[in-house]
Design a protein around this ligand. Sequence first.
Ligand code: NAD
Length: 496
Amino acid sequence: MLPTTLAQWQTYCQKLSKEGRAFIQGQYKAAQSGKTFDCINPANSEKIADIAACDQADVELAVKAARNSFETGTWRDMSPKARKQVLLRLADLMEAHKQELAALETLDMGKPISESLSVDIPGSADVVRWHGEAVDKVYDEVAPTPANVLATVTREPIGVVAAITPWNFPLWIACWKIAPALATGNSVVLKPSEKASLTAIRLAALAKEAGIPDGVFNVVPGFGHTVGKALALHKDVDSLVFTGSTRTARQLMIYAGESNMKRVWLEAGGKNPNIIFADCPDLDKAARAAASGCFYNQGEVCVAGTRLLVERSIHDAFLEKVVEAAKSFKPGNPLDPATNMGALVDTGHQASVLDYIKVGSEAGATLCLGGKAPTDTGAFVEPTIFSGVSNKMRIAQEEIFGPVMAVIPFDSEEEAIAIANDSDYGLGAGLWTGNLGRAHRVAKALRAGSVWINNYNDGDMTVPFGGFKQSGNGRDKSFHALDKYTELKTTWIELG
Ligand code: NAD
């Protein structure tokens, strides 16, 4: 029986084991230096666990384990069907451990327990199951060559994959990387964010229990400038897959160029427009979606609709609806099942978000809602809405990665498209209209990897996810994700 009250969750969490060591060659190991760092609960600033502060030496061990397992072929040479069975077992185990994984996620990064339980953990298991199920349905190609030649185009695993992941959906985004990497026969070293490592570390033991051979899946916790950098510069890493900020993404391209030209696949930041035309068929639905599209997960979402573009003729009435809808997000104890908005990941990030709110006010935008930390303890920030924003302001150009919405008026379709595309980023975009021609026209004109029409941020495993421009390259999810984890080989056979 799942806990149903705050008190029950608190009791459960006190007893919960919180493993913080690295997982290398099938075993938990302390950092070779013996160093650790504190894992802090952002809702109350209390220490939860010690996390191994790994460094170059631990990365060497993990990459060696991954390389050896790849070369011996224990996993790579298993039939796709056999790898599928292991991944399906892993997905089942994740679901069986849903309560534990959800509690670790919520304690570690502050998201509401109701969302960890209903979204993050089932979503993560779904990713593992989808890629497991998909991998024995992928066929190679025979090229249309002349009759005296047979040419095949085959996909092969790339080798050692290093995955560097963020803290906003710690387990889910880790699974976006490791599930297709493992499904296609690679060996993996995962570096979770130093701000939320617990579920990735726990996942490693579940993967072993599911039947992933030792050395095939390793987890090395630690900081970006130590573990992340060592992986990105490592000459025996064949592919680097990343989700995180655009600043780090740029640095990883440099590291790859300075080392072995490893493939680099980047899912980076976003500053996403959500465009409300006056002919939107359901303004109440659009207002609710605009609020949840911006404030869900405390606004710590790469595709959050943080720039709300509203046609001037409906601007004031629509703003009122959005402010009302946003009031339903109330920061509260993340372990309380009734909470729908948790704490930001840490007090450092809270300070950065509050600083952006000051920047918005100083630039002349009008604060319509929120703007403060509601409590003295914990990293909470109220849902915050600015109107009267110009797209040139910093709060419209820079990724705040917190619950802050910038409302920008526009007068025509052309102007809406121009404002929407006036960004370094190109991750997601929404548009709301009842006009079919306009829906197609605007969707085509938007420079974004995902466009949502009359909804915001819907989707599932069947569709690819990733960005244009400085939001990154490559795609997670769907069969398109396989491009990151496989090399294409042409074999040209003279038939005589
Ligand atoms: P971040 O870039 O600070 O950190 C991401 C990861 O990179 C962490 O594991 C970190 O330790 C590591 N890292 C940091 N510096 C490094 C370095 N010099 N070398 C190697 N590794 C390094 O990002 P974050 O704060 O963890 O996450 C928030 C960002 O992630 C936001 O910009 C958000 O938009 C983005 N994000 C993007 C997507 C997407 O799919 N496009 C999804 C979620 C989050």
